[in-house]
Design a protein around this ligand. Sequence first.
Ligand SMILES: Cc1cc2nc3c(=O)[nH]c(=O)nc-3n(C[C@H](O)[C@H](O)[C@H](O)COP(=O)(O)OP(=O)(O)OC[C@H]3O[C@@H](n4cnc5c(N)ncnc54)[C@H](O)[C@@H]3O)c2cc1C
Ligand code: FES
Length: 256
Amino acid sequence: MKKHFVEKVLSNEQIAFNTYLLRFTCDDEMLRLFRPGQFAHVKIPCAGEMLLRRPISINCADFRKKEVHLAYNPVGKGTRLLTAVKPGDLLDVLMPLGNGFRIMPDMKKIWLVGGGIGCAPLQSMFDKYQDKEYKAFLGFRSKDSVYQVEDFKLYADVYVSTDDGTCGEHAFCTQVLEKALEHDKPDVILACGPGPFFRSLAAVVGDIPTQVSLEQRMGCGTGMCATCVCKVGGEHRRVCVEGPVFDIKEVDALNG
Ligand SMILES: Cc1cc2nc3c(=O)[nH]c(=O)nc-3n(C[C@H](O)[C@H](O)[C@H](O)COP(=O)(O)OP(=O)(O)OC[C@H]3O[C@@H](n4cnc5c(N)ncnc54)[C@H](O)[C@@H]3O)c2cc1C
Ligand code: FES
């Protein structure tokens, strides 16, 4: 099964404060394999052989246009170098990697909960599952960090919140979710966000099936180096192959 692709960059633009959207071509083989929640392991151009690939979630896999989008925050050497990529450059990517969200036919009501750049993988649900009833709880630091909300609105009832109240509700997205859960319950919650976000989420979801996409430092991205292990269900699991999506109840660090 082919997982190594060299693709042409279509655009790489800033879409919000410290947030970029990288679009590149993609062939049918990858699009057929893709499941929402999977990630791309990107070789950073101009970084030489010394820098490891960087994992970035697939934000959109567009079957009609045959292109893939990654949304990313430049936070360190690799992702900062990525901002210099230009249309026409070639990008070396391993994808789609990992296990995505597990969507069963009886899951009709799906609630998406994203914090900051963690909103990015949730958006790709609409590429595969357009017939679901969605609510999206999207949290950002501030108004200038808000991105892709209009895209979510095409498929979901959207609840935006910001930490400083400059856009949407002045709250964390997990607090908005908690209030919504007083009136209604989904069949499943899918979530991604920064570390503290997961703890707050674990405290409010109760018995509702909840799948979380974890971010862990990675080396190979293909199960060979054990850089990415975390404890799930009492055992060491590799986030790059057994994850990045896990049931929140099984992630040891979020229980107890
Ligand atoms: C499955 C997966 C999906 C991801 N999806 C996205 C995404 O869609 N968009 C996005 O912007 N980022 C995403 N990340 C995080 C991204 O991989 C890191 O931000 C990136 O590797 C940092 O590389 P760097 O060279 O810029 O920073 P470095 O110089 O290596 O590190 C800078 C900072 O980033 C932190 N960091 C490094 N690697 C990771 C990591 N793997 N996860 C979390 N923090 C890290 C470091 O602790 C440090 O604080 C994802 C990570 C994983 C594992
Ligand atoms: S990154 Fe090498 S095993 Fe996961």
